[in-house]
Design a protein around this ligand. Structure first.
Ligand code: NAD
Length: 503
């Protein structure tokens, strides 16, 4: 395989257009920094309107032939892509970990989840049996899924492979030409994915990359040839992407930020609950949109909180928990903890100033698990998306009060409850206003074919980003209504050189 080595010197990211890699040496560049140790591990070009125009034009040329390629051929290419990902899993996981600060185990888990989406896309020709029915005597109606044309995906830093893979396989299997704008903080892994896609036999121009930041996003949002935009990132940018994209007549699905609540009731299983809460708020160092960030403690659950604190104290930075993406994010997290303290909350566990026991980690961006107790719903730590390993505890005396606090959040990605009672679980599942609900599960990510997506300000647009909903987002349904003139009985019709007789 060509030049997939990311372990050596810093890598120069390139743009991919029409199947050709472009250095675009005239562009300004930004350093890619490893959160583990602050080292520069690559550089990424900051493209502009011209690079977007070049890429969209090439994608528009590649699209018609790809759209007409039989879906089984498209599926075969994606199956080869998955197989190449498996063969290069170690390298890919190293890349994800190096640029995002995740642990190696987390990096690999994200890749595995991405490959599940490829599996789903590859199986879609079997799932997606086009519906047809005789709607009147001799009249047949049929649905046919059609691609949209050139479409684009804009992705965040926290899952360098998984989030792009929420979109790429689904958009490609239905016949679109896809342009990826990866996060400029983590552009390295998408270079590897692009190489593997091309090695899988994907025709040139069907998959492209334009690296950069807001300028690239804004150019994609207004380009008339881009028909749909999938976005994942913070709520402020998701709202901008949704408003601008739809104002330019594009289909947009923009997933935003989150503030997820976990409700704990006194009847819960203490061990299962403590482990579930720990992995939810410390996994990926709290930098995932499904992380629990508020624990709503209903009644006396001090024994569970004590267990969570004990488990969190045992987390080893660098082994069990990864790093924070950059210095600005680290400062934001530390400031939020200081603010909670000054507002009168009690810090049960303080991760500020902790470092990993890894080589050169003193120059990396680290914070240990932090638990803030006796917060009030109006405090900043209970409201803002801190996006770090910080658990805020709010005490509630009733279950409906806890659900009310959760529902008052402007976000609606996920909510969970830990209980051994079916009626409690049923109440939360029915009344919590979030797109994904966990019952005794702290990170309730639906597995394929169930789809991923939130509500309220965690999602602008309609539907979910994965599962069948994702296929629907990247395609149109053509409705074909057909009738045929019936052959008269006892007649003869001349068809070319043949004479057809009916009795
Ligand atoms: P971000 O919004 O800063 O960046 C996301 C993308 O938008 C990047 O590609 C970036 O280049 C681009 N961008 C940034 N600022 C822009 C601007 N002003 N105009 C146009 N484009 C801009 O998000 P992030 O910090 O990379 O990722 C973390 C956020 O993503 C968190 O809020 C997290 O909750 C959210 N997230 C949500 C989900 C979900 O499924 N809802 C999943 C993962 C991450």
């Amino acid at each position: 395989m060509a030049d997939l080595n990311i372990r050596g010197a810093a890598r120069n990211c390139r743009n991919l257009s029409a199947g050709d890699w472009h250095d675009d040496a005239h562009l300004p560049r930004r350093d890619v920094v490893s959160p583990h140790n602050g080292k520069v591990i690559g550089q990424v070009p900051l493209s502009g309107v011209q690079e977007v125009a070049r890429t969209v034009e090439a994608a528009a040329l590649a699209w018609p032939r790809w759209a007409q390629t039989p879906i089984r051929t498209r599926a075969e290419i994606l199956a080869r892509f998955k197989s190449l990902m498996q063969q290069n899993l170690s390298l890919l996981a190293d890349s994800v970990s190096a640029e995002s600060g995740k642990t190696r185990v987390e990096a690999e888990a994200g890749l595995q989840k991405g490959m599940e989406i490829i599996d789903f896309a590859v199986s879609s020709p079997n799932l997606d049996l086009w519906d047809s029915a005789e709607v009147s005597i001799g009249v047949q109606c049929q649905f046919r899924r059609e691609s949209l044309g050139v479409v684009a995906g804009i992705t965040p830093f926290n899952f360098p492979a998984m989030v792009p893979l929420w979109m790429i396989p689904l958009a490609l299997i239905v016949g679109n030409a896809f342009i990826l704008k990866p996060s400029e903080k983590v552009p390295l892994t998408s270079q590897l994915l692009a190489q593997l896609l091309m090695e899988s036999g994907l025709p040139r121009g069907v998959f492209s990359i334009v690296n950069g930041g807001a300028e690239v996003v804004d150019a994609l949002l207004v380009h008339p040839e881009v028909k749909a935009i999938g976005f994942v990132g913070s709520t402020a940018v998701a709202s901008h992407v949704y408003r601008t994209g739809t104002a330019h007549h594009k289909r947009v699905l923009a997933l935003g930020g989150a503030k997820n609540h976990i409700i704990v009731t006194p009847d819960c299983d203490p061990n299962l609950t403590a482990k579930g809460i720990l992995s939810s708020f410390t996994g990926c160092a709290g930098q995932r949109c499904m992380a629990a960030s508020v624990l709503l403690a209903v009644g006396d659950v001090d024994h569970v909180i004590q267990k969570v604190v004990e488990l969190a104290k045992g987390q080893c930075l660098g082994r069990d928990m990864g790093a924070i993406i950059d210095d600005a994010a680290l400062k934001r997290i530390e400031r939020a903890i200081t603010q909670a303290e000054s507002e009168g909350a009690k810090i049960l566990l303080d991760g500020r100033g902790q470092k990993a026991s890894l080589a050169e980690s003193e120059r990396g961006f680290w914070v240990g698990p932090t638990i803030i107790d006796h917060a009030r719903p109006e405090m900043e730590c209970a409201q803002m998306e801190i996006f770090g390993p910080v658990l805020t505890i709010i005490r509630a005396s009733r279950l409906d009060e806890a659900v009310g606090i959760s529902n008052a959040s402007p976000y609606g990605n996920a909510a969970a409850v830990f209980t051994t009672r079916g009626d409690v679980a049923h109440y939360v599942a029915s009344n919590a206003n979030a797109g994904m609900i966990g019952i005794n599960i702290g990170v309730p990510v639906p597995r394929e074919p169930f789809s991923f997506g939130g509500t309220k300000q965690s999602r602008f647009g309609h539907g979910d980003i994965t599962g069948r909903s994702g296929l629907d987002f990247w395609s149109d349904f053509k409705k074909i209504t057909t009738t045929w003139p019936a052959l008269q009985s006892n007649s003869s019709v001349q068809v070319g050189q043949f004479l057809l007789h009916t009795t």
